[in-house]
Design a protein around this ligand. Structure first.
Ligand SMILES: Cc1cc2nc3c(=O)[nH]c(=O)nc-3n(C[C@H](O)[C@H](O)[C@H](O)COP(=O)(O)OP(=O)(O)OC[C@H]3O[C@@H](n4cnc5c(N)ncnc54)[C@H](O)[C@@H]3O)c2cc1C
Length: 442
């Protein structure tokens, strides 16, 4: 028996601007009646849909059912900033915190495998450049401390033979239309996506080859002899093999308890702007990981800017609308400081979304019970990490032997957390301190 009692359901707060501006092109189906399948995937985000695509490649004649509690792109997969990053974040500090240059190079290879998998899907399903754009991203600095972090980052990249280009304040002004930034480092290997549109087009591309049911929450998952049975509101699915791609919600299926850290981060998107200064499209990651992430997109001559800031610790995996509004007010200040000429432009959409972290940056991955696989806990970079975990779960579950899978399986399980109140104090103290230190980068 996997889920003891009721499975906690995902709740999203605020409307994602990405989902709001990209109309979906396919009809939603809700699970009804008793269905039999060869494979059941729970979760239709980066993890679940990538698992479905890889399974289709490996078992083209099998019946694959995917269930999601919400609509496709309503969860974090349609709420993020769309940076598919090949080079790990922790390089920025100049020290290879996960374990040295060799492990950074391995991580880069893994990230690139996931980006290539997404690029293939983008090509096969004819996604436009506005949805999947291999344009790279810029690590930006607005303070001397940020400049020093960027320098350390560029030096780390040089040491492992990775290309990057230093940009000065004038170049940053030409790109962004603001003189807020002192400099930047352009990294060519990142792909930039319109996350909600990418996820929907991935689902649409798979339609007809898989059976996707939305608004079909899995309320219980249990073993019935040789198969698993997932029970939803109006139907059930029985399958011998199940992949759980529900990120932090894996806990409520009875696995990885007391090992996962549930954190939220927040974003706002402006209303459309007819003549925004600077280049039409850019993507800025802060040199300080606790700083503000910004993007600009332009479609049909209308631009929008998206800002992401703040992290909060929410072990019950939900946040209030009041919290989103409070942080949106702070984002307004960060935005106005950067773009004083755009002060009157409203932030049309503000939203929050969940991340799942572990103390040792390890995923919640593997066969957790016979025939039950987990592709969860993306450590904050799920556009790439969950894509990879989904691919690897499909390989593991089909008994496919590959070098990437062998390497992926060598990772330890997520580290154990201290007892509740200690974890609460510890995580909050770390977030507060880092956020304060980010200063003008935030
Ligand atoms: C504001 C913001 C900015 C971000 N920026 C970036 C970024 O730039 N780059 C990056 O790599 N990452 C970023 N992230 C993180 C990224 O969004 C996540 O890592 C990613 O979405 C994880 O994908 P996933 O498929 O593992 O999980 P999810 O996207 O959470 O998908 C899991 C799915 O499971 C479903 N589910 C859960 N429980 C059940 C159940 N009981 N029954 C049925 N379905 C269920 C949920 O509805 C959900 O659709 C950002 C996140 C936020 C919120």
């Amino acid at each position: 028996m996997s889920s003891a009692g009721k499975v906690r359901q995902p709740v999203e707060t605020g409307v994602s601007g990405w989902a709001a501006i990209a109309p979906r092109q396919f009809r939603a189906q809700v699970l009804a009646g008793r269905q039999l399948a060869d494979w059941l995937i729970v979760g239709a985000g980066f993890g679940g849909l990538s698992a479905a695509r890889r399974l289709r490649q490996l078992r083209p004649h099998d019946r694959i059912v995917v269930l999601d509690a919400l609509e496709v792109a309503e969860g974090a997969s349609g709420r993020n900033s769309g940076f598919m990053i090949d080079v790990p974040h922790n390089l920025a500090s100049g020290n290879y915190s996960v374990g040295g240059a060799a492990s950074s190079q391995l991580e880069i290879r893994q990230n690139r495998l996931a980006i290539a998998f997404a690029a293939q899907a983008a090509e096969e399903y004819r996604m436009p450049a506005a949805t999947f754009d291999p344009a790279g991203k810029i690590n930006v600095a607005a303070t001397e401390r940020g400049m020093a972090l960027n320098q350390g980052f560029a030096e780390s990249l040089r040491q492992i033979g990775e290309a990057s280009e230093a940009l000065d304040a004038a170049q940053m002004r030409d790109i962004t239309g603001t003189d807020y930034y002192l400099g930047g480092v352009h990294m060519p290997g990142a792909a930039m996506i319109q996350p909600a549109d990418y996820i929907r087009r991935l689902a649409q591309g798979l339609a007809g080859r898989i059976d996707l049911f939305e608004r079909s929450p899995v309320r219980a998952l249990r073993r019935l002899g040789a198969v698993w049975e997932a029970v939803s509101d109006h139907g059930s699915v029985q399958a011998p093999k199940v992949i759980l791609a529900v990120n932090g919600h894996i806990e409520s299926f009875g696995h990885f308890r007391h090992r996962l850290i549930h954190v939220y981060t927040y974003a706002s998107m402006t209303a459309a702007i007819a003549q925004a200064p600077g280049a039409d499209r850019w993507a800025l990651l802060p040199a300080d990981p606790m700083g503000a992430t910004l993007r600009k997109i332009t479609l049909d001559g209308q631009s929008r800017l998206v800002i992401r800031t703040h992290f909060t610790y929410n072990p019950d995996i939900r946040v209030s609308a009041a919290q989103v509004a409070r942080i949106a007010a702070r984002q307004r200040q960060s935005f106005d400081a950067r773009f004083p000429a755009l002060k009157g432009i409203p932030l049309e959409y503000s939203w929050a979304g969940a991340l799942c972290l572990s103390t040792n940056h390890a995923p919640a991955f593997g066969e957790v019970e016979p025939g039950l696989y987990s592709a969860c806990c993306e450590n904050g970079l799920g556009t790439v990490k969950s894509t990879l975990a989904g691919m690897m779960a499909a390989e593991l579950a089909t008994g496919t032997d590959s070098e990437p899978l062998r390497q992926f399986r060598r990772q330890p399980p997520p580290g154990r957390l201290p007892p509740g109140p200690v974890a609460w104090l510890g995580v909050n103290a770390v977030i507060r301190w880092h956020q304060l230190r980010a200063g003008r980068e935030g």
